[in-house]
Design a protein around this ligand. Structure first.
Ligand SMILES: Nc1ncnc2c1ncn2[C@@H]1O[C@H](COP(=O)(O)OP(=O)(O)O)[C@@H](O)[C@H]1O
Ligand SMILES: [Mg+2]
Length: 490
């Protein structure tokens, strides 16, 4: 192994500083996120570490105090400054002790003065995950150094954060999904928000226009279009929305050729049963006034759609990947469509919960542009319902082998995702982020000593990975492969 430098004073078991031998860091082009091996000079233990923050130091050129260096600079003779007191050091995060070809937790304090080397083996090879391994990305420009992740932990959910263009969709399309398909028992259902990120690359595509919506979603949709029949606030907590609720449910149960027309009859009948006199009249008038704004053809077409979540679920038994192309509908309808499918899965999980044998789903749901469905801020209407649905799935999914993969531009704030959901996400990929999201990264997500500028300066396709899928207890930088942009099969 090539020698790099020496462990400085103040070393701990999980971190230390390294002082580089003269020009060693330049010669070997050592930068943040490079691996090092420390050979402890007392204990003889070898530990694997990662260079985090490097810096250059020269006590003769200091700011804030007047000294020799300052004098030279102020006389315009800075060139004459002796540089023999200059050195470079870096913080090193210790990943663990290298023992029998793998890395185990290190409990010994590293001895100051121990030598630090460049590893000559692939450092990722020391980390072997339990469970079915999948490989995502590679280490910097070493295409053959690949980190193995535990695919089974996908049921504890994955978030992929990064600003637009950081490479989130690409990472999922080109690497995560193909690895799941090739190496695991999971089938993947993808919600393709733009219709451009997944639909062109896989074989089994469903258009949102064919998706049936369930009766509850139909109620929400009608109430939303009728602006809750003039009631302020959300909910089915008034006579008219109650009647719509009951009417829609009945029509779903018995079926109809003219949903729009028959719903009028149902709602009228329901109101006549529950209300009297002037109240009844008022409710009827109000119902008609708002219901007139609904387009009959659109409602009938929606009701007539036949591709149910159940059928999609059956497809997933045979196909490993099914993509729902959401792009051909307005954003609100995309939310309704997704909601119907999420609700179906919640019902499946709840059925499983209530006994009768545990059905193992082995499904992964990929939700791209997740803030459209479960935003950080409080929402009303259908988006509030998708948020609740995703939260429920994130809480129950693990027990039934259902994993969520959420892609988001931000963590919290405008472009972020709901906090209750985030708490249930146990693996995170963090790509290039805007400064707004940085505090969140270091406090809650990576808990590693990664410089803010590392995250704001990440290249497209570069992500830190941390969490239960990773065999490494620290955030690790990986680089995604460029795509060949072929079909990925299904
Ligand atoms: N690892 C990579 N190597 C090369 N190009 C990439 C890589 N990851 C993403 N890209 C390209 O960068 C662009 C943005 O990627 P995309 O996945 O759409 O970003 P996001 O989903 O985060 O907005 C795309 O043109 C994509 O092909
Ligand atoms: Mg994208």
């Amino acid at each position: 192994m090539e020698k790099l430098g020496l462990v400085a004073s103040g070393s701990k078991s999980a971190e230390c500083y390294v002082i580089f031998e003269e020009e060693a860091e330049l010669k070997h082009n050592i930068v943040e996120e490079d691996f090092v091996v420390i050979e402890d000079k007392r204990t003889k233990l070898k530990t694997l570490g990662i260079v985090r923050t490097g810096r250059g130091i020269d006590p003769t050129i200091k700011t804030g105090v007047y000294g020799v260096g300052t004098a030279y600079v102020s006389k315009g003779k800075g060139d004459l400054l002796s540089s023999n007191r200059k050195f470079f050091d870096a913080a090193v995060t210790v990943l663990g002790e290298i023992k029998d070809g793998s890395v185990v937790p290190n409990r010994k304090w590293i001895t100051p003065g121990s030598w630090v080397f460049i590893p000559d083996a692939n450092p990722f090879s020391y980390f072997v995950p339990t469970g079915d391994p999948i490989e995502i990305g590679h280490y910097k420009d070493r295409n053959d150094w690949r980190l193995k992740l535990n695919a089974n932990m996908i049921t504890r959910h994955v978030a992929i954060y990064g600003s637009t263009g950081s490479g989130k969709s690409h990472l999922v399309r080109v690497e995560l999904i193909p690895e799941i398909v090739k190496k695991t028992k999971f089938s993947v259902l993808v919600f393709d928000y733009s219709g451009e990120d997944y639909a062109p690359y896989f074989d089994d595509i469903i258009s949102v226009k064919d998706l049936a919506i369930d009766w509850e979603t139909m109620v929400s949709k009608i109430c939303e279009e009728c602006r809750d029949f003039g009631y302020v606030g959300k909910g089915t907590d008034n006579a008219i929305t109650n009647a719509v609720f009951i009417g829609v449910k009945r029509l779903y149960e018995r079926g109809t050729k003219n949903f729009y027309q028959d719903l009028i009859a149902e709602v009228e009948a329901e109101l006549q049963q529950s209300q009297k006199g002037a109240w009844l009249e008022g409710y009827l008038n109000k119902f008609h006034a708002y219901y007139e704004e609904v387009d009959p053809d659109e409602l009938n077409e929606l009701f007539g759609r036949s591709l149910t979540a159940e059928k999609i679920e059956q497809m997933l038994n045979e196909k490993k990947v099914v993509v729902v192309d959401l792009s051909s509908e307005e954003p609100e309808s995309r939310v309704s469509a997704v909601l119907s499918i999420l609700r179906y899965y919640i019902k499946q999980l709840k059925k499983n919960e209530s006994g009768k044998g545990l059905k193992v789903l082995n499904r992964v749901l990929v939700i791209d542009e997740a803030p459209q469905f479960c935003p950080y801020g409080r929402e009303f209407g259908a988006v509030a319902e998708t948020t609740d649905a995703i939260a429920t799935l994130s809480a129950l999914g693990r027990k039934h082998s259902l994993g969520l993969v959420l892609l988001s531009q931000g963590i919290k704030g405008d472009a972020g995702i709901n906090a209750a959901i985030r708490r249930n996400i146990n693996t995170k990929f963090v790509g290039k982020l805007s400064p707004n999201d940085l505090s969140e990264v270091n406090n809650e997500i990576l808990q590693s000593k990664i410089e803010d500028t590392m995250i704001t300066n990440l290249l497209t396709g570069e992500f830190y990975v941390a969490g239960v899928m990773s065999p490494i207890g620290q955030a690790i930088l990986i680089r995604g492969f460029a795509s060949k942009e072929e079909k990925y099969g299904g």
